[in-house]
Ligand binder design. Structure first.
Ligand code: GLN
Length: 387
């Protein structure tokens, strides 16, 4: 007989709970330094916090316009123009969401038909799997190989077909630290045009770049704006991951569809925080450079601690993660066992590499984040040295 009281939809069976957040729980249980979940454990800049307090005191407490407070959309438009040259209409091409997480889900639900294929590079950010499952997409994986995470052009091409609806790009990349070069993005763009499909690009780490690397938005390449949905947000740039401020840039025809999804998913992002977000972007000109310097120091600290402990690591070009290859450490067990061992016995919690892969290529990796205070990283370095 049908058990109506315990039935859950099949779409929930094809993905699991977040491994990243599970590792956070495990880190807390064992008193480990949490280098698993990528969020800052240090304060957000004062100018943005004060703006949030001011907005609440000014009673900005009711729903903002569903697609985003005008001041925030205007600030995003001005910033986008300055950084990428794209001249967008804030009323028709910019949508504010509850974080980049909602942005990605709304984008997928708005453009993907059940059964469509969506290409994703692995290692991938874990959200893309449930995003695909809930929108009915079939994911097609293209592996970024080796310690420096390069795709093979022939494997990329082979992933495209007439069933391809979209390719997901994430640059700077979580978890690999790869920043896609202009040439790589041009190859992806050419295939999007040849196969007449969309590019959904997650650029949440756009301001976290190292060694003079350049962030290229694929939407700026010739012929790409009309077929690109660009996602970003304030969480990582302004160290406010809990504020849930993301946004989507897309041409009006695409924006209309994803705004409808967004409206009925969440109505909108928190109104007072949107005002603070507008202030943050309006006043951030000098801040972006400081952000890069701060993360460059943190990257050096963790990178040298990991290398001294015997991990092989590619130097991240952007974002705030390091994939550590532990194959040389002589651990008898898989990446999940190793991540648990690190958390329980070493006191430093990473994320198992396999949670970023569909193939087995991630089994010798664990991911560490350096979006942590100097003290947290120093303590983690001491524990790694004692490994
Ligand atoms: N993006 C962060 C990470 O990869 C946080 C993930 C999350 O918990 N939402 O660690």
């Amino acid at each position: 007989m049908r058990d109506g009281s315990t039935h859950v939809a099949a779409r929930t069976a094809v993905f699991n709970e977040s491994v990243i957040r599970e590792m956070t729980r495990l880190a807390m249980l064992h008193g480990a330094m949490n280098l698993a979940q990528g969020y800052p454990d240090f304060p957000a800049p004062d100018f943005i916090k004060q703006a949030a307090v001011n907005a609440i005191n000014a009673d900005v407490n009711q729903y903002a316009i569903t697609w985003g407070a005008p001041r925030l959309r205007n600030a995003i438009a001005a910033k986008t123009k300055r950084f990428s040259g794209l001249d967008l209409d804030p009323d028709r091409e910019i949508t504010v969401t509850c974080g980049a997480t909602e942005a990605m889900m709304a984008a997928m639900l708005a453009v993907v038909e059940p059964g469509d294929e969506v290409i994703v590079f692995e290692p991938f950010y874990e959200n893309y799997v449930p995003d695909a499952a809930m929108s009915g997409a079939r994911l097609v994986f293209v592996t970024l190989h080796g310690l420096d995470f390069q795709f093979k052009p022939e494997e990329l091409r082979a992933a495209f077909s007439e069933r391809t609806r979209a390719i997901i790009v994430n640059t700077p990349n979580n978890p690999s630290g790869k920043v896609f070069t202009r040439e790589e993005l041009q190859q992806i763009a050419a295939l999007c045009q040849e196969f007449n499909c969309l590019c959904i690009t997650d650029e949440i780490y756009e301001h976290i770049l190292y060694d003079g690397r350049e962030h290229v938005s694929i939407a700026t390449l010739p012929g790409m704006y009309d077929r690109t949905i660009t996602i970003s947000g304030l969480s990582k740039t302004f160290s406010v991951t809990g504020w849930r401020l993301g946004y989507i840039l897309a041409k009006p025809e695409l924006t209309n569809a994803l705004r409808k999804v967004h409206d009925f998913l969440t109505v909108g992002a928190p109104a007072p925080l949107q005002e603070a977000g507008a202030t943050a972007i309006e006043q951030a000109d000098a801040y972006y450079g400081e952000l890069r310097q701060m993360y460059t120091r943190k990257r050096e600290l963790l990178l040298s601690a990991l290398r001294e402990a015997g991990f092989r690591c590619h130097t991240p070009e952007g974002a705030y993660y390091i994939m550590g290859d532990f194959a040389d450490l002589g651990f008898a067990g898989n990446d999940t066992q190793f991540a648990h061992h690190m958390t329980e016995k070493v006191g430093v919690a990473p994320v198992p590499g396999s949670s970023f892969y569909r193939s087995g290529e991630g089994n010798h990796f664990v991911r560490f984040t350096f979006s942590k205070s100097e003290e947290t990283l120093q303590e983690a370095a001491r524990r790694l040295a004692a490994m």
